[in-house]
Write a protein that binds this ligand. Sequence first.
Ligand code: GLP
Length: 241
Amino acid sequence: MKLFVEKDYEKLSKVAANIVKEEMSKKPNMVLGLATGSTPEGMYRELIRMHKEDGLDFSNVITFNLDEYVGIDVEHPNSYHYFMKNILFNHINIDLKNTYIPDGKANDLEKYCEEYDELIQEKGGIDLQILGIGENGHIAFNEPDDTLNVGTSVVDLTQSTIEANSRFFDSIDEVPKTAITMGIGTIMKAKKIILLANGKKKAKVIKELLREDKITTQLPASMLLLHPDVTVIIDEEAYQG
Ligand code: GLP
C-alpha cells in the first residue's frame, strides 16, 4: 500500500486526478470505477478542468459506480445517479451509455447484482477504482460486520453511515436503510485502486488502516492491504503521523 500525504484537499484532489489522467493516456477506453460522497468531488472538479482546458477526452471511457441506495429513483436529488450527472458526467464528453451505476429500483435485486458483476467482467474488468472511506472503515457500502460480501449485493446500512449520510437529506428518516454495493471481491478485482480521505473526521480510521497492519472484517478497508496496487492519498488533517 503506497501512501501520499498531501498538504490540503486541493492538492490531494489534483494528485488523484493526475493518476486518472495518466491511466487514461495509457488506455483511452479504460474502465474507471467511480465513487460518490464528498471526498472525490475535488478530483472530479479537476478532471472537468482538465477536460475543458486541456481537452482530456472521456469519449471512450467506461465507468462503473460503486453503489446506490435501494428504492431511490434515478431522478431523486439524493440518488447517486443524480450526483454523478451533476458532479461529473454533465461536464465532460463521456457517453452516458458507457456509464453504469447500480439501479436501486431493479425488480429482482439479487439477479441484478449478479449481472452487475458480470457486466464489469464483460467490459474487461476495472482498470482503476476510486474509493473514499467511511468513518467506520466502510468502502463503498461494505459495512463492518462479521462477514463481508464478495460480490455486488444488497446490504443494510449501519446507523453510523445513515447518520453520516443524513447531511445530504432533509431529515435522517429520509435516508434509505439499504443499498446495492460492489462487494469486497468486486473491488479487489480492480487492477489499480486509489483511496482518498481528507479532514480530521477521517484521521482515526486512516490511523487504524495504516498502523494496524491487520485485516479484519470490522474494518472493511483493511482488506485492501491484500491488494497489490493500492495508493492511499490523504491530506495532512487526515494524517495523524
Ligand atoms: C458513502 C459512500 C462511500 C463513501 C463514503 C464516504 O456512504 N457509499 O462510497 O466513500 O460514504 O463519504 P464521504 O466522502 O462523503 O466522506
